[in-house]
Design a protein around this ligand. Structure first.
Ligand code: B16
Ligand code: MG
Length: 219
């Protein structure tokens, strides 16, 4: 029986990818590295430092900066990003998410957040959904990011549920791999091609219906 849902944030509950893009683009420009929207796709679901490493690799600048300098660059990007997310409101919930969360609460299904973003709790407050969630996995506590299963295993543990009692929802391929490796039923949001490893996939968040998901997960 499904008793918990573990959600990714960016791309599932809201679309903060655009703000990440704007902040990274400003940083990349400063470093003389070209960054376009297509490259930005590769940064979805990836931690802040891993994102910086990928951008530096595009500009062949991996060796150019010390660890301290890289931390400084990542901090600068985050300060920019924090200014951009100040404008987030409940209207920024992706289509269908408010109804899905309301249906989950009606069924007394417990909710966890499993986002790579250290800004997750602030964004949840701004979206007006922080109180609906029972627990948030702290990404700073993780030894390994997605696709490692650690974040979703911790999500289930924090909900005090077995992994087979949970559903995980993701929009990134690395996230689906993470859910699958945790032994959790995976729901993917995205194209058929991108979500080919998901146990159940929809093309858009508006298609995330609790009754459909529970039917598939308990089949
Ligand atoms: P922060 P998710 C991820 O969120 C984003 O998709 C990714 O682009 C970002 O680098 C990462 O969070 C870390 O975010 O810099 O705010 O700690 O998809 O895991 O909810
Ligand atoms: Mg995501």
């Amino acid at each position: 029986m499904i008793k918990g849902f573990i959600f990714d944030l960016d791309g599932v509950l809201t679309d903060t990818a655009e703000y990440h893009y704007q902040a990274w683009k400003r940083m990349a420009n400063k470093l003389g590295i070209p960054l376009d929207r297509e490259m930005n796709e590769q940064l979805k679901g990836i931690s802040r430092m891993d994102s910086l490493e990928r951008i530096l690799a595009i500009g062949n600048q991996t060796e150019k900066y010390s660890v301290e300098e890289k931390e400084q660059l990542a901090n600068e990007k985050n300060e920019d990003y924090k200014k951009l997310i100040l404008s987030v409101t409940p209207n920024d919930l992706l289509p269908g998410i408010a109804d899905l969360l309301a249906d989950l609460k009606k069924e007394n299904i417990r909710l966890a957040l499993a986002s790579a973003s250290k800004n997750g709790p602030v964004i949840m407050e701004k979206l007006g959904i922080a109180d609906l969630f029972d627990t948030v996995v702290d990404p700073a506590s993780l030894a390994n990011g997605k696709p490692d299963p650690e974040i979703f295993i911790k999500g289930a543990e924090q909900l005090q549920l077995k992994t087979e009692e949970c559903v995980g929802v993701e929009d990134a391929q690395a996230g689906i791999e993470s859910i699958n490796a945790a032994g959790i039923f995976s729901v993917g949001v995205g194209t058929k091609e991108m979500m080919k490893n998901a146990d159940y996939a929809v093309s858009d968040t508006s298609e995330l219906k609790l009754s459909d998901i529970l039917k598939k997960a308990t089949n």
